[in-house]
Design a protein around this ligand. Sequence first.
Ligand code: 5GP
Length: 109
Amino acid sequence: MATLFTKIIRGEIPGDIVWQDEHCVAFRDITPQAPVHVLIVPRTEIPGVADVPETGDHQHLFRAARLVAEALGVSEYRLVVNQGEAAGQTVPHLHVHLLAGRDFTWPPG
Ligand code: 5GP
């Protein structure tokens, strides 16, 4: 059974894809928490950081984040990865949130 994000990547359900390459796909979050809120997702289905193997599409996530930021014209941004329910993870397909367009506080709360 494909994950929600795989279905978006395949075009089986709608998604606002802003960037993609052979390893990762980036699309806008359906409930944006900032003026720019994009999810960067490896094409390979990995449930989360706890399941990351030694090699694979996930190795390209940081480079993808840089290229997505450049494509969207943002130079200051926050990258977030939630691992597990207590951390706020709701979709079990590894992804990086790229948030930009407003100020962010630290610690995140
Ligand atoms: P998580 O909570 O797992 O770190 O992040 C999952 C993200 O997926 C949430 O920010 C949520 O708004 C987003 N999301 C959930 N369903 C959909 C959907 O159908 N389409 C898109 N584009 N984003 C979704």
